[in-house]
Design a protein around this ligand. Structure first.
Ligand code: TRP
Length: 439
């Protein structure tokens, strides 16, 4: 074990900022609204919130715990904690999921950078939904500039990861996340004061239970895993950099709350405008990109806000993409004994190639998007809670949770949730989707 030179987070706020930086990203601002829109609004939101609480928080805590206990990457963690057992396969699945996610994620980040460029050159000033749709279809059709930006984005990700989990990441996250938050709140205010906005709020907050189908439930579960960065080892890897004196429970709660707040605020910013501009809520992955410019062009100082917003969104995407790449790099360096620099460029290079395929082929894009969130991540989460609940040993679990010197009063509740509630819920969602059981 090469523990001696392990990098670490310097401060408590740094830990939360980095983990929240991983969680908050395109998943909140781009994916959440589009998935809510495709799955009927309010009812989806309720199911989503239920999953964040009952499954998301416990899975996050379990991952942090695995990482900090083992002091290893997600693959090595299982070797350390369960030697000679096949649990390491979960780690391998996580590494595979990282490749899949970062491939399409970098494409969306490329779109975001293209919008940053369009905002800067003042080419977004319109509220006509026809024009907004046109702009987006040009951007996503694999035009050379967004693809170029995708490559630039991967290069920036690799550059940061290559230098290690240093104070740079911490510092950026601490400073910029609050600014992003403020701008989203301003967007919300503009959006809900548009004419015809109330239909959007109703869509988002008035549940229509007739819209809940097995598929909607699966999408809610997948989105919860995606948004919280769970099920493939990001939180385990970050957990391995957290000092013993920090409370993992508090970290899990703060990160989940922050992430959920930003997702809901994004919803409040998007849906009133969607309805006010007559855009189709189920428009799919383009939803945010056709809606946001419309809001900006109706804001005082919209040019300015659009520019700052897209810049911050790129940065939010970066703090997420580095966490994904870090999972692979930690695996390559610790298990395959590669040098950090080589591991980083190799992984990023392969991901860029896959990203190019996603950029030019929307079937592959959607396949990667849906398979990772709706299958790989919940499956990973299932095995992670089962591992911690049934195999790790309660003493170990308890001592990790209480490493900050405080009694974990939630310990028994946590055990019940990870042993029974979460795994059963995930299994039911899968079986339900496969049509093997029917509610
Ligand atoms: N959660 C991030 C977002 O919302 C994306 C992300 C980062 C992620 N790391 C992950 C998703 C690990 C799944 C698994 O944008």
């Amino acid at each position: 074990m090469n523990q001696g030179n392990r990098d670490g987070f310097a401060s408590r706020f740094g830990v939360i900022a980095a983990a929240a930086g991983s969680a908050v990203g395109l998943g909140n601002v781009w994916r959440f609204p589009y998935v809510v829109g495709e799955n009927g609004g309010g009812a989806f939101l309720l199911v989503y919130l239920g999953f964040v609480l009952a499954i998301g928080v416990p899975v996050m805590l379990s991952e942090l715990l695995i990482g900090r206990k083992s002091q290893r990457n997600i693959f090595g963690a299982f070797h350390v904690l369960a030697p000679g057992r096949p649990w390491f396969l979960i780690g391998l699945m996580g590494v595979g999921a990282a490749f899949m996610i970062l491939s399409f994620y970098s494409v969306v980040a490329g779109w975001t950078m293209e919008y940053l460029y369009l905002a800067f050159t003042n080419q977004l000033a319109t509220v006509s939904s026809v024009e907004l749709n046109q702009i987006f279809s040009e951007v996503k059709s694999g035009a050379w500039r967004p693809v170029f930006f995708m490559v630039v984005f991967m290069a920036m990700t690799a550059f940061i990861v290559k230098s290690g989990i240093n104070k740079g990441i911490e510092k950026y996250s601490k400073l910029l996340m609050p600014v992003l938050f403020v701008i989203i709140v301003l967007l919300c205010i503009r959006s809900v004061t548009l004419e015809g906005a109330s239909a959007g709020l109703e869509f988002l907050f008035r549940p229509d239970f007739s819209r809940i189908t097995p598929h909607v439930v699966l999408e809610a579960l997948g989105q919860a895993f995606f948004s919280l960065s769970l099920g493939m080892g990001v939180m385990a890897t970050y957990g391995s950099y957290i000092k013993k004196g920090e409370s993992l429970g508090k970290t899990a709660i703060s990160v989940s709350l922050t992430d959920t707040a930003i997702a809901i605020l994004s919803g409040i910013a998007i849906f009133p405008a969607v309805f006010a501009f007559g855009i189709e809520p189920g428009a799919g992955p383009g939803l945010v990109f056709v809606t946001l410019p419309g809001i900006f062009s109706k804001m005082i100082g919209g040019y300015f806000f659009a520019f700052i917003f897209f810049a911050l969104l790129v940065i939010a995407a970066l703090t997420s993409s580095i966490s994904l790449l870090e999972v692979v790099v930690a695996y390559f360096t610790e298990e395959l004994k590669m040098r950090r620099r080589a591991a980083t460029w190799l992984a990023a290079g392969l991901m860029t190639l896959l990203g190019l395929i996603c950029a030019f082929n929307s079937t592959v894009f959607n396949l990667f998007d849906n398979t990772s969130s709706n299958i790989l991540l919940p499956l990973g989460g299932f095995f992670i809670v089962v591992f911690v609940g049934w195999f790790l040993g309660h003493n170990i679990v308890r001592s990790e949770l209480e490493a900050d010197g405080r009694v974990a009063r939630y310990f028994h509740l946590f055990l019940v949730v990870i042993k029974i509630v979460a795994p059963v819920a995930i299994a039911l969602v899968f079986l339900n989707q496969l049509g093997l059981i029917n509610f």
